[in-house]
Ligand binder design. Structure first.
Ligand SMILES: Cc1cc2nc3c(=O)[nH]c(=O)nc-3n(C[C@H](O)[C@H](O)[C@H](O)COP(=O)(O)OP(=O)(O)OC[C@H]3O[C@@H](n4cnc5c(N)ncnc54)[C@H](O)[C@@H]3O)c2cc1C
Length: 564
């Protein structure tokens, strides 16, 4: 597909919603192009917990979203098996008030048709020995962890395999209007620094919290009612819990802990921000302090655990949904609990009221219900274009999920230990075969086949020791999952996400990128610097041990290696 042709649909934004819409429309046979100004999933999507909600979190404040979460949870378990950790989840009461809330919780869950089961605190503590032993009441729910990055990449990959074009590092600068019709977009390829006009029958604004910025070209009387609301998450070393732990009360700060690969994520809070701040969201010491304090109530072991990183994303909340019956806030005084209790429904806005055609914005929602959101937007687009094609994303497996091998099969296939087989199977599903039969055998030196040539071994060496990422995995994602810059490998493979935060692998990745691409040394050094700075930006607020780790990395790269 050429960029100069006319497209059926132009999608702006490569978070989970944009990628999901691209997939849905491409599966229906439409000519689609997607523009993302940075890397796919670099916005809110890559900054969430990755909690595949059971729905229970929203039963008290938003039963419709709760029901949708429960239904989509079931669907995603079928179409994205390879990137879901079916770890389960619990709601736990730590105070008498929370224990009493249990009765209401049961009622809410029954009304919203969310499956829960009460279990004895002793049974729970046997399963989760690190949790607070004062726990008074426990409910088991159908929560899970889903890798938000890979979910986005596999959606985009499937869209591409069905003819869509996915352009990352390409920002949409303006909408192109003729009279009252939006006919295209003005794009800026930030890598080649080229500008271009692209035309399409319908333009879909899926830029999440950034949505209102694009609308400004239309000079509307009634602008989008979005409140970008930031939330901060803390990442701790080690899988300190094996399931999702939620606090048994209405949603609030610091009440979720999610096991994510070999770490745990604690979240979150809710603070409104200005749209202009979205590209440089800041986290404060007070936020981290509050989250740590609340997290330790659920999981006392966090006090001595190593905080390796924190990050902040912004939800695109719908303003009109902010003031629920539980909220006593005036219009200009939004505070945390009203934001936590606001609806997570999504909204599709066309601009016919203002006399415009050819443009639609979608915002709100959750990662868990992205597929449903994409289906509704795609139904709307097809209706507008007079196309009668039904959605098939609820039954069509994502790439890699179609023939996912069991852990045992992978163990046998590659002669590796159980943990490595779990990691491989979790990220790559049926693509493990493509990663090459040799990519794991070298992980355990005792198991290296002496007949394998040394060069072959090197190709399959581990590049990231913390997360055990091999060269083959990096090569494979480069070829298939839209890698453009050095920092992009991290989001796809977890390279550089461990304790050393890229200290001992980023220079190796830079070396490989130099070999694999036709970039100059200067370009490689710039990308390496960008990737390192991204890892180091949390230095001020992490704990002492992690601070020392980052300092060491800085000495190594800046002083020792004279690299930056
Ligand atoms: C702290 C936090 C925790 C969360 N936890 C969960 C959770 O555990 N489970 C869950 O289900 N949901 C969770 N959510 C909600 C979930 O993350 C969001 O609903 C979802 O990721 C939104 O996706 P999106 O595609 O709409 O937005 P985004 O992922 O932000 O995508 C929008 C994209 O548009 C791009 N863009 C912006 N302007 C332009 C432009 N002009 N040109 C080109 N591209 C542009 C941005 O770079 C961005 O990548 C959480 C949200 C937050 C903030």
């Amino acid at each position: 597909m050429e960029l100069t042709q006319d497209f059926d649909a132009i999608i702006i934004g490569g978070g989970i919603c944009g990628a999901g819409i691209a997939r849905d429309l491409a599966l229906r046979g439409l000519k689609v192009i997607l523009f993302e100004k940075k890397d796919l999933a670099e916005g809110t999507t890559g900054r969430c917990h990755g909690l595949l909600h059971s729905g229970a979190r929203y039963v008290s404040t938003d039963p419709q979203t709760a029901k949708e979460c429960a239904k989509e949870n079931e669907i995603l378990r079928k179409i994205a098996t390879h990137i879901i950790d079916s770890c389960g989840g619990y709601y736990i009461a730590l105070t008498d008030e929370e224990a009493n809330y249990g009765e209401q919780f049961i009622e809410y869950c029954t009304t919203a048709e969310i499956k829960i089961e009460e279990i004895k605190p002793e049974e729970f503590l046997h399963l989760e020995p690190n949790c607070n032993p004062q726990v008074k009441r426990v409910f088991r729910v159908n929560d899970a962890y889903i890798d938000p990055f890979l979910l986005t990449y596999y959606n985009a990959l499937d869209a591409k395999q069905h003819g869509a074009i996915i352009k990352t590092y390409t920002s949409v600068e303006h909408l192109i209007l003729t009279e009252k019709e939006i006919v295209g977009v003005r794009i800026h390829d930030t890598i080649s620094d080229e500008f271009m006009n692209i035309y399409g029958k319908i333009i879909i604004n899926a830029t999440g919290p950034w949505s209102a910025l694009l609308e400004s070209d239309l000079k509307l009387k009634n602008t989008l009612q979005i409140v970008p609301t930031k939330g901060t998450l803390l990442v701790y070393k080690k899988r300190l819990v094996s399931s999702v732990i939620n606090r048994l009360r209405k949603p609030g700060n610091g009440d979720i802990i999610v096991p994510s690969h070999q770490s745990v994520i604690l979240g979150t809070n809710a603070i409104p921000v200005n749209e202009r701040e979205l590209d440089r969201l800041k986290t404060t010491y007070e936020e981290i302090d509050e989250l740590e304090h609340l997290g330790e109530e659920l999981l006392p072991i966090l006090k001595s655990a190593r905080l390796i990183r924190y990050y902040t994303g912004a939800r695109p909340l719908i303003k009109s949904n902010l003031f629920t019956e539980n909220s006593h806030q005036g219009k200009n005084s939004i505070h945390d609990s009203s934001l936590h209790n606001s609806s997570r429904q999504f909204k599709i806005v066309d601009y016919s009221d203002e006399g415009f055609s050819g443009f639609v914005t979608v915002f709100g929602g959750k990662l868990t219900i992205y597929r449903l959101l994409a289906e509704k937007v795609s139904d709307y687009v097809c209706h507008q274009l007079g196309i009668i094609e039904k959605c098939s994303t609820d039954t069509t497996p994502l790439p890699g999920a179609d023939l996912a091998y069991t852990k045992e099969e992978i163990q046998e296939m590659f002669n590796i230990n159980e943990q490595r087989a779990t990691d491989m199977s979790f990220k790559w599903g049926s693509f493990v075969e493509e990663m090459g039969n040799l990519c794991i055998t070298c992980l355990d030196s005792a198991k290296i086949d002496p007949n394998i040539e040394i060069n072959e071994r090197n190709k399959n060496r581990i590049i990231c020791e913390c997360e055990k990422v091999t060269e083959n995995e990096l090569k494979w994602v480069r070829e298939h999952l839209f890698v453009q810059k050095i920092d992009d490998y991290r989001r796809r493979t977890r390279q550089g996400m461990g304790v050393c935060q890229g200290q001992f692998c980023l220079f190796k990745v830079a070396d490989m990128e130099l070999q694999w691409s036709n970039k100059t040394h200067i370009q490689i050094m710039e990308e390496l610097k960008e990737a390192l700075e991204e890892r180091w930006k949390t230095e001020d607020l992490v704990d002492q041990l992690q601070k020392r780790q980052i300092k060491l990395a800085k000495y190594m790269y800046i002083l020792g290696g004279n690299l930056l």
